[in-house]
Design a protein around this ligand. Structure first.
Ligand SMILES: CC(=O)N[C@H]1[C@@H](OP(=O)(O)OP(=O)(O)OC[C@H]2O[C@@H](n3ccc(=O)[nH]c3=O)[C@H](O)[C@@H]2O)O[C@H](CO)[C@@H](O)[C@@H]1O[C@H](C)C(=O)N[C@@H](C)C(=O)N[C@H](CCC(=O)O)C(=O)O
Ligand SMILES: Nc1ncnc2c1ncn2[C@@H]1O[C@H](COP(=O)(O)OP(=O)(O)OP(=O)(O)O)[C@@H](O)[C@H]1O
Ligand SMILES: N[C@H](CCC[C@H](N)C(=O)O)C(=O)O
Ligand SMILES: [Mg+2]
Length: 486
């Protein structure tokens, strides 16, 4: 039990009504509020949490944090008014769990693409280097070998502090986590102390949430602006916005790049189906990952390890043994020498990178067949662009559903199709059912030896349609389609 007063030591309080209370837990979802919990009313994108105050009172929760004091308050309620409930929740959660980030080497990565790949590689690399590690990612959270399912790329501030505390208690010294732009804006990482921050890249995505590209850039930059002078900040100099990220940071600045002058430099010696041969700061290394985008990911993690004091030679040795993250450029061989690649490309930039990589590594007899959809209730502007990219780089392609969520899947396909010329439509197949689309690509469109890219869902094991998550796994469907081949 903690007193409200002790929790709010570092939180600016506008008004405090009622008596001093002790709280046993924190919560921001009325459905979880109970006697002894401190409820934070948050104005969200769907509803205003303040509307649930009568409900939490009914459930016995009588200590509230609000931005607006309700007109009528029961006399046995303690109500703390703050300017920003999200910020107050983040600060209180850090206090409640004893600021675990202060005892960890916590490194965060932000950017449109490459976060999951890079944190997963960092987690594996640092384990190989002998450290006890935690991982916080889109695919899964992990404490050493133990998997804790992930619901978001970056957890809400309360779950995040609880997870970091668990990692600290289990003896982790290093934690690698993804920092999404949503997390920065919603203050999920407020009050978290980072040892280091990495920027991968920024291209079009999430304009449904941020509205403008400038606001999206500002969100990512906010992560670097909040670092302390004890932290390091590592940026990709080859990205147009790479240096902008570090403009106002107090952290020690480092850069990496393949094209421009940087603290950490790499050159691609070769890029093929067997992996990448790289020159990193004058040393040659072979990596199992494929594609120029992975050269960036590998260079970013090498740089991070060296900045964190690891032996550069040992890091290079371990780099060679690292495998791709789940659902990221995962290759699957099938009958008739057909090959499928499952990849989480769900942005125009990712899709273009993956398709260019496949073009670069295929032999001249292999056709490229792409299966692609776009998520519902997400940035609609990327839909025509992604369809056009599939058309540009593929010999044939299937437009299908990703996670339609609450949208009509046919309308999503209409918006994708709008990005195609008449000529491109000749190569198009429109099959709204994803399983049927994958089967059609593997059975009807692909000839022996061809490559089938199944993009957008990567590691996901569900498909969300009208708010219901059905079991769906691209890899499983591909295996079935391969099995059914002669
Ligand atoms: C757009 C967005 O980011 N939404 C997140 C946000 O929800 P919200 O603002 O919409 O909340 P809301 O539903 O309006 O509710 C407002 C408040 O009322 C409360 N409430 C709501 C209903 C109720 O019955 N009782 C109640 O108390 C809620 O708990 C909340 O405190 O805060 C919630 C709690 O932390 C998150 O679960 C939710 O993630 C939604 C599910 C989501 O899909 N988010 C995605 C877009 C996301 O965050 N993605 C990024 C990765 C993006 C990327 O880089 O690819 C991520 O980090 O995962
Ligand atoms: N450094 C990179 N630059 C550009 N594209 C990349 C890079 N790394 C991976 N990709 C592509 O982007 C896709 C998503 O990669 P990854 O899951 O690592 O990114 P993410 O930033 O974690 O995405 P999310 O925001 O959805 O969590 C990959 O499947 C691949 O197609
Ligand atoms: N983190 C991303 C994942 C998108 C994955 C794609 N399969 C989709 O559903 O759009 C998001 O929530 O926007
Ligand atoms: Mg991710």
């Amino acid at each position: 039990m903690l007193s409200v007063q002790s929790l709010f030591q570092s939180i600016p309080v506008i008004n405090l009504l009622g008596n001093e209370q002790s709280v046993a837990s924190l919560c921001f979802d009325s459905r979880k509020a109970k006697e002894g919990s401190l409820f934070f009313a948050i104005k969200g994108t769907q509803v205003d949490g303040h509307q649930f105050l009568p409900q939490v009172y009914e459930q016995g929760c009588k200590t509230w944090v609000v931005e607006q004091i309700p007109t009528e308050i029961p006399s046995d309620v303690t109500c703390v008014q703050v300017a920003d409930s999200n910020e107050a929740l983040a600060l209180a959660a850090a206090e409640f769990y004893g600021h675990p980030s202060k005892s960890l080497k916590l490194v965060g990565i932000t950017g449109t693409n490459g976060k999951t790949t890079s944190v997963t590689l960092l987690f594996e690399l640092f384990r190989k280097l002998g450290h006890r590690c935690g991982l916080i990612s889109t695919v899964q959270n992990k404490i050493q070998d133990r998997v804790i399912p992930a619901t978001h790329t970056t957890p809400d501030s309360l779950s995040l502090q609880e997870l970091l505390k668990e990692m600290k208690d289990e003896g982790c010294t290093h934690v690698f986590m993804e920092v999404s732009s949503h997390a920065v804006v919603q203050k999920r990482i407020f009050a978290v102390e980072f040892h280091g921050a990495i920027f991968s890249n920024i291209t079009r995505d999430h304009l449904d949430f941020h509205e403008t590209f400038d606001a999206y850039i500002a969100a990512k930059k906010g992560f670097f602006d909040a670092l302390t002078s004890k932290a390091f900040a590592l940026t990709n100099v080859d990205d147009k916005r790479g240096m902008v990220m570090l403009q106002n940071t107090k952290a020690k600045k480092y850069s990496y790049g393949l094209l421009n002058a940087a603290d950490f430099k790499a050159k691609i010696i070769s890029n093929g189906i067997a992996g990448l041969q790289l020159d990193i700061n004058g040393h040659q290394v072979h990596a199992q990952l494929i594609g120029t985008f992975n050269a960036y990911n590998l260079l970013a993690i090498y740089s991070t390890a060296v900045i964190m004091g690891e032996d550069p030679m040992e890091v290079l040795i371990q780099l060679s043994s690292l495998k791709t993250a789940p659902g990221r450029f995962e290759q699957m061989a099938g009958k008739q020498h057909k090959m499928a690649i499952v990849d989480y490309a769900h942005t125009p930039d990712a899709l273009e990178n993956v398709l260019k990589t496949i073009q670069a590594i295929r032999n001249k007899h292999q056709q490229i067949i792409t299966v692609i959809g776009c998520g519902g209730n997400r940035d609609a502007g990327k839909r025509p662009i992604m369809a056009a990219l599939a058309a540009k780089y593929s010999d044939a392609f299937v437009l299908t559903s990703d996670n339609p969520r609450k949208e009509n899947p046919e309308l999503i396909l209409d918006q994708m199709e709008a990005g195609l010329s008449q000529e491109e439509k000749a190569k198009m197949n429109r099959i709204v059912d994803r399983k049927a689309g994958i089967f059609y690509a593997i059975h009807q469109l692909a000839q022996a030896g061809d490559i089938i890219l199944v993009a957008g869902k990567g590691h996901e094991t569900y498909q969300e349609i009208q708010g219901v998550k059905y079991d769906f796994d691209d890899k499983q469907v591909i295996r079935e389609a391969f099995e059914a081949l002669n």
